[in-house]
Design a protein around this ligand. Structure first.
Ligand code: MGP
Length: 263
């Protein structure tokens, strides 16, 4: 159990307890802190930028359940390529589904947050951490991890993504869809991407195997879609009536609804 330790503010790491300390651009996320991390008050660490990309815990849990159920049974390793402050890797480690959970994060301060946050959830030692660029780490350390799946919640170029009615995955910054998919597919075809809810679905179809369905799920909080996950490769999901099993009614709970199939 992690003791409540002071965050190293000189490294840009904070645990905001009072609204007055929170920068304007982070206020909206901080207001939802107990939804984003149910254990926030136990001393969760964040950098200011990490707030924009963190997956809220109910959504991370819903995704984790979906990934666990849908991944080919022989796959025992999951790689979180853009681990951020740890939301998804923590959920994957807590699920107990994986023999190994790898988490890659480029920003040393954000990685420090992720490790600390995982400690709060009691799973810091269940995750293999890599500091570095995920494309480099995949190439140099994980290229032969054939029984892995890759989960990635990449940067979307900042909150400005909301201004586009249809989000163009070809111009996503700093890595576009093709860069991400092509690099990851060298390790495995079983890839899950967390992308803007308005993503151009036509741009995803090109990466499906001929004749196969591509699963796309909206993940919602309080009735509003937060993002989609796209399941490439050999993911299979049960009868579609069962998709709603991850749909919970409690306030703030995630709904894994809206699974659609593109062919
Ligand atoms: P949001 O769009 O900032 O908030 O992020 P919201 O509440 O949907 O906006 P509203 O003003 O329309 O109500 C929604 C969710 O998207 C966040 O909780 C993150 O999980 C995710 N998200 C947002 N951004 C900018 C990114 C990003 O750059 N990368 C990743 N991976 N996820 C992001």
């Amino acid at each position: 159990m992690a003791p409540m330790t002071d965050p190293p503010a000189d490294e840009g790491i904070f645990h905001y307890q009072y609204g007055d300390d929170v920068p304007a651009e982070v206020q909206k996320y901080w207001a939802q802190r107990d939804t984003i991390f149910s254990e926030y008050s136990r001393g969760i660490w964040m950098t200011n930028d990490a707030w924009f990309g963190i997956t809220p815990e109910p959504v991370a849990n819903a995704i984790s359940e979906h990934v666990s159920d849908g991944a080919p049974k022989e796959k025992k390793i999951i790689i979180d390529a853009f681990a951020g402050a740890g939301g998804n890797a923590i959920a994957f480690a807590l699920s107990g589904r994986w023999e190994q959970v790898f988490a890659i994060e480029k920003d040393p301060a954000v990685l420090k947050c992720a490790k600390h946050n995982a400690e709060i959830y009691g799973v810091e030692k269940k995750i293999w951490w890599y500091e570095g660029d995920c494309f480099e780490v995949l190439r140099t350390h994980l290229a032969r991890t054939k029984d892995a799946i890759i989960y990635a919640s990449p940067p979307w170029g900042g909150p400005g993504y909301r201004e586009d009615n249809v989000f163009n995955l070809k111009t996503m910054e700093p890595y576009n869809l093709d860069t991400i998919y092509t690099a990851f597919a060298k390790v495995t075809k079983d890839i899950v991407l967390y992308l803007p809810r308005t993503s151009n679905l036509n741009q995803l179809v090109k990466y499906t195997t001929e004749g196969k369905k591509l699963e796309v799920a909206h993940y919602c909080l309080k009735g509003a879609s937060k993002a989609i996950c796209v399941y490439f490769g050999d993911f299979t999901f049960g009868p579609k009536d069962d998709d709603e099993t991850i749909d919970e009614t409690a306030d703030g709970a995630a709904e894994g609804n809206g699974v659609s199939h593109l062919e």
